[in-house]
Design a protein around this ligand. Structure first.
Ligand SMILES: [Zn+2]
Length: 98
């Protein structure tokens, strides 16, 4: 089973709440005061969801901005050069870098 942690579930909830709100308001079951209460509840729910969504996206952006660098393993200076020239690394590519 996949972990349900996608922030887009929040978007789905916003759509559901908005649809429910529109349906409640258009049904005529609620007077003006009750309608305002419904809108307030909707706004709070949507606000929380948007907040969580932004938090999630921020974490994701931070992770993509700082990719994990592969360990820069330096070959031994007296060892064979990794370029395959057959020379010692210090006599070959070591001098070309930096
Ligand atoms: Zn080399």
């Amino acid at each position: 089973m996949k972990k349900i942690k996608s922030p887009w579930y929040g978007v789905v909830w916003i759509v559901i709440w908005t649809a429910a709100l529109v349906w409640f308001l258009s049904s005529g079951m609620f007077n003006q005061r009750e309608s305002i209460g419904l809108i307030l509840v909707w706004a709070i729910m949507v606000g929380i969801t948007v907040f969580l969504l932004i938090q999630h996206l921020r974490v994701q952006m931070k992770q993509t901005r700082e990719p994990v660098k592969p360990a820069n393993v330096k070959p031994s200076l007296n060892g064979p050069c990794p370029c395959g020239s057959g020379k010692k690394y210090k006599r070959c590519c070591a001098g070309k870098e930096g």
